[in-house]
Write a protein that binds this ligand. Structure first.
Ligand code: IMP
Length: 430
């Protein structure tokens, strides 16, 4: 059956979207990244071999899958070249399997310098970004002074536009932040050096996806980061600079919402967050450290330790609505294996009132006190389980309760890092 499915992270990122996307890519003819940049880190483990993808879609390891980087993604040509080289060194035929939109905005070295200057905290409070230049690149896109992938193939236009952009960036860097300027000639030469490799894989991705829709091909739209980091709907200003919710699959690719059949929200069986911002169920204590250790909660891109806490159904209800979730993919259930008792946040207390739906805005969320329900743990090993019936009864009851609290059925439960460590309750591709 031909389906067009969006897979997004429905918490604060790092939910294990890469694993779920990779499991499903065998069924999709096309896999598409639609927002974000190389701030993402999608870890795939296949037959014991780990691959961390940052910008390239998770279908790249599948023969017969075309992978697209669509218009809404911000692209660093040097980061893309490095990721491509890593894959090619392992004989993955990237040029055959990857297409990139000429309309993608470029991340320049000056965007990275601007990100670092802001995060230094000298002029404004640090947000804890990944330092990849993502925010400044999106700012330039919206300000209409950005460069695009297509500009790489028109050297005179590239030089002209780069001069305008760098004039502005260097003014801000040297005068406002009082740090070093970025060299124009070096930037220009470095960018043009990538043109030859990018030209054969650059195309009109929207038109390619239109062709796929007309041909009845299955498409997987692969989100990056998480819905609670969305620029419009997340915990602003502690957010990333793109629309991470499922609607971003339409705006970022040009494939209208009517072409999308289902949205799978990936959730950890608990919650994590990297960087600053409110996190009502955070456990800055022995429980948090237990989850971090068992879940190996360190950023796959930056190596930063992740903050850990209990599952938050109030936040998930907001996310489920923002994304129009059809189903959930629950990951890292096995991380909870040793706990005697597991807490789930079922709502908040705020100014004497009970809330079931996370409130808008970081300041209000920061004042919310979680209301918990305690569920019994299962204290047995669920790693690698592949059948629902093989899960201990308390683990099944835990999953049933999550689905009930979020009012969304569970399609997939991931029980380990490998592609095959999973329970498929319902195959989203039919
Ligand atoms: P930026 O995307 O680098 O601008 O970072 C903005 C915020 O989003 C920071 O709190 C980052 O930690 C967070 N963030 C960005 N990418 C990811 C991701 O892939 N996983 C989790 N958090 C992320």
């Amino acid at each position: 059956m031909s389906r067009r499915i969006v897979v997004i992270g429905s918490q604060w990122g790092d939910e294990g979207k890469g694993k779920i996307a990779d499991m499903l890519t065998g069924r999709a003819r096309h896999v598409v990244r639609f927002q974000g940049g190389h701030n993402a880190g999608h870890t795939l483990v296949i037959d014991g071999q780990t691959t961390v993808l940052r910008l390239i879609p998770s279908g790249i390891l599948h023969a017969g899958t075309t992978n697209h980087i669509a218009n809404g993604v911000v692209v660093s040509p040097s980061a893309l070249a490095a990721e491509r080289a890593e894959l090619e060194a392992r004989d993955v035929p990237v040029a055959d399997r990857l297409r990139i939109s000429s309309e993608c905005s470029l991340i320049l070295p000056s965007h990275v310098s601007l990100d670092a200057a802001r995060e230094s905290g000298a002029r404004q409070a640090a947000l804890g970004t990944t330092g990849r230049g993502i925010g400044p690149a999106y700012e330039d896109k919206v300000a209409r002074r950005g460069l695009r992938v297509g500009d790489l193939f028109n050297p005179s236009r590239l030089r002209e536009r780069l001069e305008v952009a760098l004039d502005y960036h260097n003014f801000v860097l040297t005068q406002y932040y009082q740090v070093d300027a970025v060299d124009y000639q070096q930037t220009c030469d470095d960018l043009l050096a990538h043109a030859e490799a990018l030209k054969p894989i650059t195309t009109d991705v929207t038109n390619a996806l239109r062709g796929a829709c007309m041909a009845g091909d299955s498409i997987l739209f692969e989100g990056a980061q998480g819905a609670l980091l969305d620029i419009d709907h997340g915990t602003y200003p502690f957010v990333t600079s793109s629309n991470t919710i499922a609607g971003g699959a339409s705006t970022g690719t040009g494939v209208g919402p009517g072409y999308i059949d289902d949205v799978i929200g990936v959730v950890k069986a608990y919650t994590t967050r990297v960087g600053g911002g409110p996190f009502p169920t955070e456990q800055d204590n022995a429980t948090g450290r237990h989850l971090a250790e068992r879940g190996n909660e360190f950023g796959s891109v930056t190596g930063r330790p992740r903050r850990c806490g209990w599952f938050d159904a109030a936040a998930l209800r907001r996310s489920a609505f923002n994304n129009g979730l059809s189903s959930l993919g629950v990951t890292k259930l096995d991380v909870l294996d040793k706990l005697e008792s597991i807490r789930v946040c079922i709502g908040y207390q705020l100014d004497g009132q009970r809330l079931d739906f996370a409130p808008a805005g970081a300041d209000v969320l920061a004042r919310c006190e979680p209301i918990y329900e305690d569920l019994p743990g299962w204290q047995s090993d669920t790693s690698g389980v592949r059948e629902l019936a093989e899960l201990p009864p308390n683990a099944r009851a835990y999953l049933d309760r999550l689905a009930e609290l979020v009012d969304t059925p569970i399609d997939i439960v991931s029980t380990g890092a490998d592609r095959t460590d999973a329970i498929v309750c319902r195959d989203p591709f039919g």
